[in-house]
Design a protein around this ligand. Structure first.
Ligand code: FAD
Length: 421
């Protein structure tokens, strides 16, 4: 059961006219919205209830081309840029948060190695090797529907960007030997490749964040295992279990970026970490859509009782509308200006946008439950899932709500290198 009448096309979150989108970008985002409503929404409750990975959705996304949304057109993909991808992901998040968030992990592997890497400095040799390797990764996705995950978190400060990753890749003939552990690995057990961040470290050398290496580890490589259970509050379909790597040999060609380039990306293209926010922008919209449909007595699966005539309900919807518009406006600005080497003002705005989306998605869902009332939070309706899923947004490293505030405060008051006496 989902929030909106299945036979009616939903209004876009960002209409092409109002937000001045190009025709191609608008068409891709419309396609994602219709796919979300037609394919994802009817299946979302089942994956949430069972906490199983929505593999069917990924097979359909492969058939319909969506796994290749950010693969450059010259390599056979749809060539969506950062902003178009973000809007498409938000539209999917409206209908199934867990699928949108898992899809983000997959798509980021192609966006970061694609359009983002094209913006970063590399030697001619590195560029040529990178183009050759990424064509191999993209070929797997295009031809076989391969799914890539993005397990970075380790339970310490590394995923927050402050220390080197504890997962280590020791250089060896023809590749690396990988050892370590990743927690909260969305798509664990379902992905074909895990896009792992590890510290490249030769025997006896010191660990450094500059030596972060980004490797696609085949899920079936000897030494890779998935452990632990998965029974969380929300985002249950992401199946984010723990990954262990024990002496896993990873060939050189599995590098998703040349040596040193991930560190450059994290420094020069900081909006790359905003890619976790679109899912939650979609959930914010879903909470609002639900409330309007419910109060109008138009929620499929419920009696056609109208509740819109009560002034308190009208005020609550008005407040939700204001919060949603504020969230959309700030987020749209941030995803529009994302680029290499942004200004300080743009970076601070990106933190503010991430914070706002992650906090407001859950605030809107909580308000939707209070406003719609007890019958609206039954498990037969989508709202309680939206509420639980949206609670996860502010926890996502590296830009958790806390870290965004932390950096906003510090970077507003201190210029780089400034210290107090
Ligand atoms: C549904 C869901 C799906 C997820 N999927 C993925 C995924 O696919 N891939 C992935 O990599 N991660 C994923 N995550 C993990 C997520 O990004 C976090 O890593 C995870 O929630 C961290 O949990 P924690 O309790 O260790 O966090 P915390 O304890 O809050 O933080 C972890 C560590 O980071 C450091 N830290 C925290 N705050 C700061 C700060 N202000 N400054 C400096 N250091 C700080 C601390 O050392 C802390 O111990 C997912 C999380 C959820 C909820």
């Amino acid at each position: 059961m989902h929030a909106i009448d299945p036979d009616r096309d939903d209004a876009p979150m960002f209409s092409a006219d109002a937000f001045r989108l190009g025709a191609d970008d608008a068409a891709l985002v419309t396609w994602a919205r219709r796919f979300g409503k037609r394919v994802l929404a009817p299946r979302a409750a089942k994956y949430d209830r069972d906490a199983t990975f929505p593999i069917e959705n990924f097979r359909d996304m492969h058939r319909e081309g969506l796994l290749a949304i950010c693969i450059p057109t010259k390599d056979g993909g749809l060539g969506a840029d950062f902003r178009t991808y973000c809007m498409a992901a938000a539209e999917l998040g409206r209908y199934c948060g867990a699928t949108a968030l898992s899809w983000n992990m997959h798509v980021s592997s192609t966006l970061w190695s694609g359009a983002l890497a094209d913006d970063l400095p590399m030697s001619a040799d590195d560029r040529a090797a990178h183009e050759r390797r990424r064509r191999m990764h993209y070929g797997r996705i295009l031809e076989q529907g391969a799914i890539y995950a993005q397990p970075f978190s380790e339970g310490g400060a590394a995923a927050a960007g402050t220390v080197a990753f504890g997962t280590e890749a020791q250089p060896t003939a023809g590749g690396f030997v990988l050892n370590g552990k990743k927690i909260f690995a969305s798509l664990s057990g379902a992905a074909d490749y895990y896009g792992v961040l590890a510290t490249e470290r030769a025997e006896g050398a010191a660990a450094s964040r500059r030596n972060t290496i980004y490797l696609a580890v085949p899920a079936n490589a000897p030494g890779v295992s998935v452990v632990g259970d998965w029974d969380p509050l929300g985002m249950r379909g992401t199946v984010s279990r723990t990954l262990l790597f024990k002496d896993v040999f990873v060939p050189d060609d599995e590098m998703l970026m040349p040596r040193g380039v991930y560190f450059e990306a994290a420094t020069r293209w900081p909006h790359m970490f905003l890619t976790l926010s679109p899912t939650y922008m979609g959930l914010a919209q879903a909470a609002y859509d639900f409330t309007v449909a419910y109060l109008r007595g138009e929620m499929p699966g419920t009696p056609p009782v109208k509740r819109r005539m009560f002034p308190t309900k009208q005020i609550a919807v008005a407040e939700m509308h204001v919060m949603l518009e504020q969230t959309k406006a700030l987020w749209f600005q941030a995803i529009t200006e994302a680029r290499a080497n942004p200004t300080k003002e743009q970076i601070l705005r990106a933190y503010a946008a991430q914070y706002t989306v992650m906090e407001n998605a859950n605030a809107l869902a909580a308000k939707a439950i209070r406003t719609c009332g007890g019958q609206a939070m039954l498990k037969s309706l989508a709202l309680e899932r939206v509420y639980r899923d949206s609670r996860c947004g502010s926890l996502m490293l590296p830009w958790t709500a806390e870290i965004c505030l932390d950096r906003l405060g510090r970077e507003t008051l201190y210029e780089p290198g400034e210290k107090d006496e």
